[in-house]
Design a protein around this ligand. Structure first.
Ligand code: ADE
Length: 418
C-alpha cells in the first residue's frame, strides 16, 4: 500500500483519538454498519481531499467498511493531524498522503498521488482535487463517475465551472444540505474558531472588540460564540441583506475602514480575497490580533505583512508578530490559514457526524446514480437530508410530533381559509 505520512509510529495515539471522536458520531456509525452489511461501495475507488482529522478518519473507515478502496490527501497544508494519518495507514489500511506543514509542492504532489489511483469518485473540501484534474490531470477523467464537495468555497468554484460549461462531471454540493451548513458552518465554525484563537493566544475575549468579517453561517456562528464569551462583537459585510440581519441580531455593523481602528481581534470568514489589507493594517492598534477561518489563506493580505513589516518573529506556536515603524506590532494567527484547524482540531465530532453522513450517503448516491446525472452541481437529495436529521435527533433521544391526517390535508389544500 502506498502512503506518505510524517511518522508512522504515531499510530497508537491517533487510533485512540479516532475512537474518541467515533463516540460522538452515531449517525455515521449507523451508515457504516449499513454499508458493511450491504457491501454498498464494493468496487468503488474514492479519492478524498479533506482535512485529515479524527472525524475524517471515521468517514474514511465507513467508506472502506462499505467495500470502497479509499485514498486520502489533505485539503490544507496546516490541518493534518499526523497521528491520525499514521493510524489510518497502520490500523485501517487506508492510503494517506498528508504531512502537517507540507510545502506547496508536496501538497500538490499528494493530490496527484491520490489521482494516480484512477478513482471513480472525488470527495473535495475546497475543490482542489477537481481543479487539479481540470488543469493538468485530464487523464483520470474516464474513470470518474462524479464528485462531492464539502465547503462553501468549493461549491462556489464548481458553480462557476458549471456556468462556464467546463465542469467535467456531476458534483454533489454537500455544503448545501441543511444538515450540513446550518450546523457545521454555524456551530462547528463558531466553536472551533474561538477554540483556535484561544489555544493560539490564551487571551481573554471578555471586553474585547471582536471584529467578524462576513455574516454567512460561519460568521453568525463565530459572532454568537464570541458574544457569549463577553466580547463586544462588530460585523463587517458587503452584502446588504446579511448586514441588516447582523444589525437586527444586535451587532454593530460598519465598514472595515472603521472597524480596523478599534478592533482588538479580527476574524475573516468571507470566502473572498484581501478583506484585510494595507489600509486596514495601517489603521490597526498596536497589539491587534488577526485570524482567518475561511477556507483559503487569501482573506488577509499576508504578503503585505511579509513585505512591509520591519521584522517578524514567532512569539508563540501559531502566532507571528510583525513589527512596524514606531514599534507597532500586529499578530497573525496560523499564517492566515483557517485558524480552527491550524491551531485547534477543527469542528467537534458531533457536528461533523452530520456533515460526513451527508458525504457518505452522497458517495453511495453517486455510485448508484452518477451515470444518469449531467455535468452540473446537484444538491444532496432532500430525502437524505431529512433522514440524517431524524437519525441525529434519535441519537440525542429527542422525539418530535407527527402530522395528523387533518394537518396533512390542511397543508396540501388551498381551500380552507379563515
Ligand atoms: N472541517 C472543519 N472541521 C473539520 C474536522 N474536524 N474534520 C474535517 N473537516 C473539518
Amino acid at each position: 500500500m502506498l502512503y506518505d505520512v510524517k511518522d508512522i509510529s504515531l499510530y497508537e495515539k491517533g487510533k485512540l483519538r479516532i475512537e474518541w471522536a467515533r463516540r460522538e458520531m452515531p449517525v455515521l456509525e449507523i451508515i457504516k454498519n449499513e454499508f458493511k452489511k450491504n457491501n454498498t461501495l464494493k468496487g468503488c475507488k474514492i479519492g478524498c481531499c479533506l482535512h485529515v482529522t479524527t472525524e475524517t478518519a471515521n468517514l474514511m473507515i465507513a467508506l472502506k467498511e462499505g467495500g470502497a478502496e479509499v485514498f486520502l490527501c489533505a485539503s490544507n497544508p496546516l490541518s493534518t493531524q499526523d497521528d491520525v494519518a499514521a493510524s489510518l495507514v497502520k490500523n485501517y489500511g487506508i492510503s494517506v498522503f498528508a504531512i502537517r506543514g507540507e510545502d506547496r509542492d508536496t501538497y500538490y504532489d499528494h493530490l496527484n498521488r491520490v489521482l494516480d489511483a484512477k478513482v471513480n469518485i472525488t470527495m473535495d473540501d475546497g475543490g482542489d482535487l477537481v481543479s487539479t484534474i481540470m488543469k493538468e490531470r485530464n487523464d483520470v477523467l474516464d474513470e470518474i463517475i462524479g464528485g462531492t464537495e464539502e465547503t462553501t468555497t468549493g461549491v462556489i468554484r464548481f458553480k462557476s465551472m458549471e456556468k462556464e460549461g467546463v465542469l467535467k462531471y456531476p458534483i454533489i454540493a454537500v455544503n448545501d444540505a441543511m444538515t450540513k451548513h446550518l450546523f457545521d458552518n454555524r456551530y462547528g465554525t463558531g466553536q472551533s474558531t474561538i477554540d483556535g484563537i484561544i489555544r493560539a493566544t490564551n487571551i481573554l475575549l471578555s471586553g474585547k472588540n471582536f471584529v467578524v468579517s462576513g455574516y454567512g453561517w460561519c460568521g453568525k456562528g463565530i459572532a454568537m460564540r464570541a458574544k457569549g464569551m463577553g466580547a463586544k462583537v462588530i460585523i463587517t459585510e458587503t452584502d446588504a441583506i446579511k448586514a441588516i440581519e447582523a444589525t437586527m441580531d444586535g451587532f454593530p455593523v460598519m465598514k472595515m475602514e472603521d472597524a480596523s481602528k478599534i478592533g482588538d481581534i479580527f476574524v475573516t470568514v468571507t470566502g473572498n480575497i484581501h478583506v484585510i489589507r494595507q489600509e486596514h493594517f495601517n489603521n490597526m492598534k498596536d497589539g491587534a490580533i488577526i485570524a482567518n477561518s475561511g477556507h483559503f489563506n487569501v482573506e488577509i493580505d499576508t504578503n503585505y505583512l511579509e513585505k512591509h513589516s520591519l521584522s517578524k518573529r514567532v512569539i508563540r506556536e501559531s502566532v507571528e508578530e510583525y513589527e512596524f515603524k514606531e514599534g507597532k506590532k500586529l499578530y497573525l494567527l496560523g499564517e492566515g490559514r483557517l485558524i480552527n484547524l491550524a491551531a485547534a482540531e477543527g469542528h467537534p465530532a458531533s457536528v461533523m457526524d452530520m456533515s460526513f453522513a451527508n458525504q457518505a450517503l452522497a458517495a453511495e448516491y453517486l455510485f448508484k446514480e452518477g451515470k444518469n446525472l449531467e455535468n452540473k452541481v446537484y444538491s444532496v437529495p432532500e430525502i437524505i437530508d431529512k433522514r440524517i436529521a431524524s437519525l441525529k435527533l434519535k441519537s440525542m433521544g429527542i422525539s418530535i410530533d407527527n402530522l395528523t391526517k387533518e394537518q396533512e390535508d390542511y397543508l396540501s389544500s388551498w381551500k380552507i381559509g379563515t
